[in-house]
Design a protein around this ligand. Structure first.
Ligand code: ZN
Length: 259
């Protein structure tokens, strides 16, 4: 059986309906279907303690703490607070953070930028890599990563959907690129073209569950159990056996997150 690692999911938001609201049953199902490890990613500081408690009994689940660019109204991230939370040995990364101008509306990009800079500084101070979300903001994302010296800790451009030029710039900063179920979408041919070119030693896979379910479950609630569809698609693009892709992406995960 393949031993896949889901490098980005939100387990506290996955639909537990099929498991009678039993989180342990979901995790058991993941393990039985070959998901060896998962990285459960925080999106705000208010929901973080409950998420951290939820995954506590499962050593195969790593954690990231951070504030998503589109979250608003909750606790603002400060360097002190992030460092206190990141001192937890189960925390392997800072994120998800980044910039998202797609849903900015009339909002002020400077708020997102300030938060992003603080989180990059926190990652540098604790020596843990970044989980970076970028949407409709590629130039500013790369600029802030450079200005704040993110290359010192590295990280991943998660749920990568940008063009090759952006991929190249990310790779030059030492970043990994993580591909999600979007890779399986019918219209994603340009993205599949990018995925064919990324060096094997910089590839990660993720579900971003409960979002972005891959084909043939597109539009429904996503779960780490669907990671196999992402792995299968990427393996085919790379001309690799799924077993080999599982190995490569697991090695990359351990290398980036020091697991
Ligand atoms: Zn996410």
């Amino acid at each position: 059986m393949n031993r896949l690692i889901d490098s980005h999911c939100h387990l506290d938001r996955v639909d537990l309906g099929p498991y009678d609201q039993d989180f342990a049953a979901l995790i058991r199902a993941c393990s039985e279907s070959g998901i060896a490890r998962m990285l459960c990613v925080g999106i705000d500081l208010d929901s973080y303690p409950a998420m951290r408690d939820l995954v506590d009994p499962y050593p195969e689940i790593d954690v990231a703490v951070g504030v998503h660019p589109n979250e608003s109204g909750g606790e603002e991230p400060s360097l002190e607070r992030l460092l206190a939370l990141a001192a937890d040995p189960r925390v392997v990364a800072i994120g998800e953070t980044g910039l998202d101008y797609y849903r900015l509306g009339d909002g002020d990009a400077s708020v997102q930028q300030r938060r992003f800079r603080i989180q990059i500084a926190a990652a540098r101070a604790c020596g843990k890599p970044l989980i970076i979300h970028t949407r409709a903001a590629r130039a500013d994302t790369l600029r802030l990563l450079r200005e704040e010296g993110a290359a010192a800790v590295g990280g991943v451009l998660h749920c990568f959907t940008e063009d090759w030029e952006t991929a190249r710039a990310g790779l030059d900063l030492g970043l990994y690129l993580s591909f999600s179920g979007i890779l399986t979408f019918k219209k994603a041919e340009p993205l599949r073209e990018v995925a064919r070119r990324v060096p094997l030693d910089r590839l990660l896979i993720e579900t971003d569950a409960p979002y972005l379910a891959p084909v043939p479950h597109r539009g429904r609630s996503n779960t780490p159990l669907y990671l196999g569809y992402v792995a299968g698609c990427l393996a085919e693009l790379r001309g690799l056996e799924v077993e080999r892709l599982a190995e490569v992406t697991a090695d990359n995960y351990r290398c980036l997150f020091r697991r």
